[in-house]
Design a protein around this ligand. Structure first.
Ligand SMILES: [Mg+2]
Length: 211
């Protein structure tokens, strides 16, 4: 059954186990063959996990996160955003509307576990696990990876990191490749390789990045 436009909606992120880390409260914009479209306006209720001492998640060294006492921070969302959740996709596409005229300000592709939808009589929900690595796409369609450093840092603490599902999003190895390909280390190696390619006829593959 499809959700109705205007219905209350919540999008939730979970970390390892059942720890909720983020929640957006907004409205259903549409629910069609392309997926579930949710609208979160600036000023909407937003919850974000952090340390109980007030530090946001990113300010806590990740190797301390597993033993850090946590609390949900009660915040307001900034940046009007329409989020599309294609059925079964290991990503959502966010359309941002920001700036003085609130015009279209680009896309954000959030890599994540395919969303699990749920509903009550009055509320539509979608739950996912965020994979850290994102793609930022400007209105002119140029793009860049975002948070590859954070992703690699989190992979180094597998006891705490939540990205351990090999079935979802291609698994951690594939994501590590994505992150490496987006990093300056890869670009330098690719440039070196281009210089050598004529000599041995072998092109470097992304899979060569993982050892
Ligand atoms: Mg993300």
């Amino acid at each position: 059954m499809r959700s109705r436009p205007g219905e209350l909606a919540v999008r939730r992120h979970f970390m390892r186990g059942h720890d909720m880390s983020r929640a957006w409260c907004g409205r259903v914009a549409a629910d069609d063959e392309r997926g579930l479209w949710l609208w979160f306006a600036t000023g909407s209720a937003f919850r974000d996990i952090g340390a109980v001492d007030g530090r946001p998640f990113r300010e806590v060294p990740f190797d301390e996160w597993g033993r850090t006492e946590r609390a949900m921070r009660e915040l307001r969302w900034t940046g009007d955003v329409l989020m599309l959740h294609p059925p079964g996709a290991a990503y959502s596409v966010w359309f941002f509307f920001r700036g003085a005229d609130n015009g279209f300000d680009g896309w954000y592709v959030n890599l994540e576990r395919p969303g699990a939808r749920w509903a009550t009589d009055t509320l539509t929900g979608i739950d996912t696990v965020d994979y850290d690595l994102d793609v930022v796409v400007a209105p002119d369609r140029t793009w860049r990876w975002k948070d590859e450093d954070e992703f690699l840092a989190h992979l180094a603490v597998p006891d705490v990191y939540w990205c351990d599902d090999e079935q979802a999003g291609g698994g951690a190895d594939l994501q590590r490749q994505f992150a490496y390909v987006g990093s300056s280390a890869w670009r330098e190696r690719r440039d070196d390789d281009a210089a050598r390619r004529d000599e041995d006829g072998q092109a470097l593959q992304p899979s060569d990045a993982i050892h």
